[in-house]
Structures are given as C-alpha cells and as structure tokens.
Design a protein around this ligand. Structure first.
Ligand SMILES: O=c1ccn([C@@H]2O[C@H](COP(=O)(O)OP(=O)(O)O[C@H]3OC[C@@H](O)[C@H](O)[C@H]3O)[C@@H](O)[C@H]2O)c(=O)[nH]1
Length: 403
C-alpha cells in the first residue's frame, strides 16, 4: 500500500504538486475566514436536501380526518380519476373514508388523483367497468362514462356499453356485497325539454336515434336498471341527475362549452358559439355538485334528484362573460350542433327540501378559479410542448356564420 502511494506521488510532476498545494492552501484560508468547517461545506447542503425530502414525504397528503372503524366506510368510485370523480375522491378521502378509484383512463387522468397514491386509505385500479369487478365495499359512486358530447359521441358503442353493461356490473356488485349504489345520471335524460325548468317528474324528450342517444338513452336505461335492481333484488340505489358542471380538472379540450370558451379566450382565438347562442344552460361549480352527491348518497331518498345551479344564461351571454373575465377574445358564430337541447335549467326544489342542499359558489367566482386553473394547465402543456385545441361538436350541415 505504502509503495503504491509513493509511486503515485513520484508520478506527479513538480508543477502538479505546486498546483495541489496551492488549492489546499486556498481551501484552508477560505474555511478559516468564513468560520466554517471544510467538512460542513460539503455536508450541509446534503443535509438540507435530506431534510427537505423527509419533510416532503411527511407532508405528502392533504389533511385527512380520523374516523373510527364504525364510521369509516369502504367506498368505490368508478370514474374516480375523472373531473367530478377526482373531486369526490378528495372529499371522501379528507372525510376519512377508505376510497378505491376504478378508472379505465379513457377520459380520466392519473394526475387528478396522484396526490393520494401511496396513502393507506387509497387505492387506484386500472379497470374498465364493462368487465365485472370483485371487491368488498359499503358504497359505490358509479360515475364511469365519458360526459362531454364530443367524447361520448366519439365511440357511441363504447358509451352505450359503459352505461349499460357497466351499470349492470356495478349493480351486480352492489347486490353481492350489500352496498348502496349512487348513479351519476344526467340532465340529458330530459333531452331537448318541453317542460321548463325541468323537475324530476318530467319524462323527457329524447331522440332515440340521434347522435346524443348513446349517452341520453344509455343513462335512461341505467336509471331503469337501478330501479329494477331496487325492486327485484332490494339493492339500495340513489340517482343524481347532474346538470352542467364546471371547474378545475376539466379536460381542456373535452369540447364542452366552458373548456372551449376559456381555452379560446386565453389563446386569443374567437369563442365559437354554435347556432345563434340563444340556447340556455345553467352552470354549477364542481364543489357544489360534490357536496350534493355525498348528501344524496347518505340520505334516504331513492327517487331521482336534480343537482344543478338554477341560474340560467344564454350561451351568447356566457361567451360574453368569459370574454370579459379573461379580458380578450372575440365571438364567432358556427352552425348549430345537431339535436342540441334549446333550454335547460334545473328545478332544484326537491334537493333543497329533502337534502337541504343548494349551490353556493357564484358563477363568476367559479369561472375565475377555472380560468386560473386553465392558465396553469396551458403553462404546463407549453413546457411539454403540447398546445391543446378546443374540440368541435357534431354540427348540422350548413355554412358557418361569422360576425
Ligand atoms: O364551443 C362550443 C361548445 C358548446 N357550445 C354550446 O354550449 C351548450 C353547452 O354545451 P356542452 O357541450 O358544454 O354541454 P351540453 O349541455 O350540450 O351537454 C352536457 O349536459 C350535461 C352533462 O351531463 C354533460 O356534461 C354534457 O353532456 C350547447 O348549446 C352547445 O351547442 C357552443 O356554443 N360552443
């Protein structure tokens, strides 16, 4: 060993020796004057890095309430990595329940629930509800289905299978394990309504062979299945008819009016109004919906309940509002979408009376939050060199109009 060191030193030439000596001297003087231990110079940053990492691990999850074994439920959310599903996951996790998310990631995204991955109360399963699922749970929130018109029309057969076979599978599971099932139904069961505002007694006006039928009729038959399982097999069911909803984690290019208009305004593109823009919608913020879903699940109301915000606007008014909130954009009129419902507004007297629920987030407040979310998403996408484009609906034939 000694011989090797001597050979190494003698191998160095004089100039190299001088250089090494000078460096050692400089390091020694620097340490003396800064009152630092040489060891500390190297080790302190490392120590800090380790401390940061340790802290990031211990603060990894949003705060979760402690629930006793008796109160803690095992909850399955199908479509739990989607827009609404992921917000519902957050609420139920923070309330202290055990949540299993099942998603096939057709429109859901892992990013929406990644902040729970690894938590002892959370499980994420990549599974398509069209296939049976065997799992022990107390409650099932059945949300799995594409919900934006361009997405559900993209593969109508798959949309039908998800809402029919998928719902049968989940009802079968509820029956086997004695779980309660909440179906995320939709205002689209009312079709292009002749009754306004729409109450739960109204049977709807749906074109059974139109482009929207895969979703509208799929959800209608899903409701039928729920009540057949309730009557024949005694399964406890809850049915929420969800009206237009918006908020963070919406897919920027899912083609819905909120995502299209915000994206277009932020990118300085014209806001595309289909038809004259006189058709109406009423928009609820996602946190209001999630509160309504949980209240309904834990209530004793087995008949359908509308969940939506009754503040109605024409689509043209809505385009103008988003344009003014973002501070840019102009309006462009395109051909109207086929079978587009002309007036929609929920009658929420039942939810008010029986659940004590009503929306509390004002439209502008919700929109500002969503605009902020979309701006951050755009930055994120730009860093990944991907520029999302708004998706178009299936149009009626005819020339687009411009103004
Ligand atoms: O760029 C666009 C997008 C949409 N629109 C119009 O805006 C209105 C709303 O369209 P959306 O696509 O957001 O949603 P729709 O109301 O047609 O369907 C929705 O209904 C309730 C939920 O179940 C679903 O989220 C969805 O199916 C429609 O009149 C549509 O024609 C535009 O004018 N421009």
């Amino acid at each position: 060993m000694m011989k090797r060191v001597v050979r190494l030193i003698s191998g160095l030439n004089r100039r190299m020796m001088k250089l090494l000596f000078a460096l050692a001297l400089i390091a020694y003087i620097a340490c003396k004057y800064t009152n630092l231990d040489c060891f500390d110079i190297v080790v302190s940053p490392l120590r800090e890095k380790i401390r940061d990492l340790e802290q990031s691990f211990s603060q990894k999850y949003p705060p979760v309430k402690f629930l006793s074994e008796k109160d803690r439920k095992r909850i399955l959310i199908t479509g739990g990595a989607g827009f609404v599903g992921s917000h519902l996951t957050d609420k139920l996790m923070m309330d202290g329940h055990e949540v299993t998310v099942v998603d096939n990631f057709f429109t859901g995204r892992k990013r929406n629930v990644e902040h729970w991955i690894g938590h002892e109360n959370f499980e994420l399963i990549n599974h398509d509800v069209v296939e049976p699922l065997y799992i022990e749970v107390d409650q099932i929130y059945h949300l799995a289905s594409p919900a934006s018109p361009p997405n559900y029309m993209y593969n109508p057969i798959k949309t039908l299978k998800t809402n029919t076979i998928g719902t049968l599978n989940m009802l079968g599971l509820a029956k086997r394990v004695g779980a309660r099932l909440l179906l995320a139904s939709t205002s689209e069961v009312y079709g292009d309504p002749e009754v306004h505002p729409q109450n739960e007694e109204y049977w709807g006006h749906v074109n059974p062979i139109g482009p929207r039928a895969c979703y509208d009729e799929g959800k209608r038959v899903a409701e039928t299945m729920c009540y057949a399982y309730m009557k024949q097999e005694g399964v406890e069911v809850r049915v929420a008819r969800i009206f237009n909803t918006f908020g963070s984690r919406m897919h920027m290019n899912d083609g819905r009016v909120v995502s299209n208009f915000i994206l277009q305004a932020l990118q300085g593109e014209p806001l595309t109004v289909y038809g004259t823009g006189s058709q109406t919608r009423a928009f609820q913020y996602v946190s209001d919906l999630v509160n309504g879903l949980v209240l309904l699940m834990n209530s004793n109301i087995s008949s359908p309940v509308n969940l939506g915000n009754p503040e109605e606007h024409t689509i043209l008014e809505f385009a103008r509002l988003i344009k003014s909130l973002v501070g840019k954009g102009c309006i462009q009129f395109l051909s109207e979408a086929q079978d587009d419902p002309q007036r929609r507004r929920p009658d929420i007297r039942k939810a008010r009376m029986m659940l004590g629920w009503e929306p509390v987030v004002p439209l502008e407040e919700g929109l500002n939050k969503t605009i902020q979310y979309f701006s951050r998403e755009l930055e994120h996408q730009a860093n990944n060199q991907y520029i999302p484009k708004p998706k178009a609906a299936r149009m009626k034939k005819g020339r687009p109009r411009h103004n």
